[in-house]
Write a protein that binds this ligand. Structure first.
Ligand code: ADP
Length: 392
């Protein structure tokens, strides 16, 4: 009897132990599964964040063209919302931009393999890559990656234009020099007057090429981000007076009245790269001289205020047509190419001036009336407590 009792107790203890172990195993398995699910969710959310951060638009479609994934960048680029997709309006919305990005087209684009296209839509330029998704040998869907290349494309375009412009600007005087030199070498003229005239043309075209090359060198130094503007304390009024003095001769030779409107004793201390700022004032003032007819008038004023100073140069010259005014700060832009060349222009003066002024934290603007005259205003920041005579 007592043996049977002992046996029953032992069996009961074993049963409880087995049940306990089984319950513990179940709890551990459930905990492991929860952990795996949580880690999976974390990975998915990390993947989504990473994909959203790439800046590229990403769409993933299954083999039937249903959306598996679309990130924010893609929605923004294509102008679609989550509710458009849920309501099945994706194709309709996207067709307003480009049929190449409708679901059917995306599936077709990658049907033969990976492809790439340049697509223009909504005012931008995009590179769209289509990648075929394979799973166990069968087609599982398509990944479409949309990258905005508007800026780099424009930069490339500008570079191509720039090289074409430089080549063209150099080719014209080179052709002139070559043809006059050839005429002289072949003994084409025995008249000393004509010979001198030809030599003067060669000299002036060579000078033009020289100006162009030095403007280009200056521009490339300004473009080079490793070269900083050398800011030192200087008197802008003194600098402006010295440029006026230097250009007084050319102004007189055209019978122009060149008026300094600010006080002889004015001083305006600012931080500037003196040589470059001199170039700015020189460019604007020599434009006023070039583009004002004989007997005209040019006024140069300096207007210091608490935090900034304005250099204002106005003329009553030929003026600039309204449609050209926004473009005069572009490299190589001239209203009348032949006239600008004849007057010794390169079409780079205002572009260089703007670059220098902006490098000083300032701005440059222009107002003009065709046939009546032009006013160019340069605004420069003045360090606090400077700029007014006597305060320094
Ligand atoms: P350029 O070397 O040809 O003078 P700029 O870059 O200095 O080149 O000027 C660009 C163009 O803007 C000039 O070709 C000219 O057509 C116009 N322009 C600049 N300043 C004046 C001005 N004061 N009056 C009339 N036109 C001007």
């Amino acid at each position: 009897m007592s043996l049977l009792l002992i046996l029953t107790v032992v069996l009961a203890v074993i049963l409880v132990a087995v049940l306990f172990v089984m319950a513990h195993e179940r709890r551990s398995a459930a905990a492991r599964q929860t952990q795996t699910e949580e880690s999976c969710m974390r990975r998915v959310s990390l993947f989504e964040t990473a994909v959203s951060r790439t800046g590229d638009g990403i769409l993933i479609l299954d083999a039937e063209g249903n959306f598996l994934f679309i990130n924010e960048a893609a929605k923004q680029a294509l102008g679609v919302t989550a509710s458009d997709i849920e309501a099945g309006r994706y194709d309709e919305v996207v067709s307003g931009f480009s049929v190449k990005l409708q679901r059917e087209s995306i599936l077709n684009a990658a049907s033969e393999g990976d492809t790439e296209e340049r697509v223009n839509f909504a005012g931008g330029i995009y590179r769209v890559r289509f990648r075929r998704l394979q799973q166990e040998g069968a087609r599982a869907g398509t990944v479409c990656v949309i990258s905005d290349i508007t800026e780099s494309y424009k930069a490339e375009d500008m570079q191509t234009d720039f090289v074409a412009n430089v080549s063209h600007e150099l080719k014209t005087p080179l052709t002139t020099v070559k043809s006059y030199a050839e005429t002289l070498l072949s003994g084409g003229t025995s008249d000393p007057g004509v010979t001198r005239e030809f030599l003067e043309i060669i000299d002036s075209e060579a000078a033009r090429m020289g100006r162009l090359v030095s403007d280009l060198l200056l521009m490339s130094r300004l473009d080079d981000s490793r070269q900083h503007i050398e800011m030192t304390d200087g008197d802008l009024a003194l600098l402006t007076r010295s440029v006026i003095q230097k250009l007084d001769g050319p102004a007189r030779s055209k019978d122009l009245a060149l008026n300094r409107m600010f006080d002889e004793a004015l001083t305006v201390q600012i931080l500037m790269d003196r040589d470059r700022m001199e170039q700015v004032i020189h460019n604007i003032l020599s434009n006023a001289i070039k583009y004002t007819d004989e007997g005209g008038r040019i006024d140069v004023d300096l207007l210091p205020a608490a935090n900034c100073v304005q250099i204002v140069i106005s003329d009553n010259g030929i003026g600039i047509p309204e449609e050209a005014q926004a473009r005069v700060f572009e490299r190589f832009f001239t209203v009348d190419k032949a006239r600008s060349r004849r007057l010794g222009g390169t079409g780079l003066g205002l572009a260089i001036s703007r670059q220098i002024v902006e490098g000083h934290g300032g701005s440059i603007g222009l107002e003009s009336k065709y046939g009546e005259g032009t006013t160019v205003t340069v605004m420069l920041p003045v360090a606090h407590g400077r700029g007014m005579p006597g305060i320094l």
